[in-house]
Design a protein around this ligand. Structure first.
Ligand code: 5RP
Length: 226
């Protein structure tokens, strides 16, 4: 019996997401290795869509390289569907996102979309959010104070580095990653942390939760609806 690798599961859900694309319209596209599989699949129906709104420079490059037109989010009204991955998703559709540092644009496009379809392999399904280090995009001058605020909550936070330097997001800001949290009330948590001065976006997607999750499992694609 052949076993599916994590990469196979990503390919499976990336293809399964095509069914949610509304033909003739612009589709919202997220960021990450699972979304890359979706973008590759989307290229096979590119003549049947108007184009995409993209949540990162990396996805924009991939979309354009495959000949899919990319629109600015301000050029389009409400999107029918936004397709993106997650670092964690629970049984209510609440997610942690931002492992690829694209959380701010992801939340913006999710808020502009009628339906959020999350594509993920089964390793991402959790009972309580918090096992994955929570990404938070911050204004650099507020980073150390925000790190202290998370410490007071019982979390350990650090600035994400790339090549020994603070990673700079597509929006010119920094990311702090927070470990040691058990996010039992994602709506309350997102409300609270979003109000801290200097927080651009917290990677808890509770208000912009998924409506559907296509979960790649050894038995095939499971569809969870929330
Ligand atoms: C990027 C994200 C991604 O959706 C998340 O990190 C999952 O990525 P991958 O599909 O590579 O596991 O939130 O900011």
């Amino acid at each position: 019996m052949s076993t599916l690798s994590q990469d196979d599961l990503k390919t499976l859900v990336g293809h399964a997401a095509l069914k949610y694309v509304v033909l003739g319209e612009v589709v919202g596209v997220g960021t990450g290795s699972t979304v890359n599989k979706f973008i590759d699949a989307l290229a096979t129906i590119k003549e049947q869509i108007k184009g995409a709104v993209s949540s990162s420079n990396a996805s924009t490059e991939r979309l354009k390289a495959l000949g899919i037109p990319v629109f600015d989010s301000n050029e389009v009204d409400e999107l029918a569907v936004y397709i993106d991955g997650a670092d964690e998703i629970d049984r209510q559709g609440f997610m942690i996102k931002g492992g690829g540092a694209a959380l701010t644009r992801e939340k913006i496009i999710a808020s502009q979309s009628k339906q959020f379809v999350c594509i993920a392999d089964e390793s991402k399904l959790v009972t309580t959010l918090g096992r994955f280090p929570l990404p938070v995009e911050v204004i650099p001058m507020a980073a150390q104070r925000i790190i202290r605020q998370f410490r007071a909550m019982g979390g350990e936070a650090q600035i994400r580095l790339r090549d020994g330097q603070p990673l700079v997001t597509d929006n010119g800001q920094h990311i702090v990653d927070v470990t040691g949290l058990q996010i039992t009330d994602p709506l309350k948590f997102e409300t609270q942390v979003s109000q801290w001065p200097g927080v651009v976006t917290v990677g808890v997607f509770a208000f912009q939760k998924a409506h559907v999750c296509l979960l790649g499992t050894a038995q095939g694609v499971q569809t969870l609806t929330f």
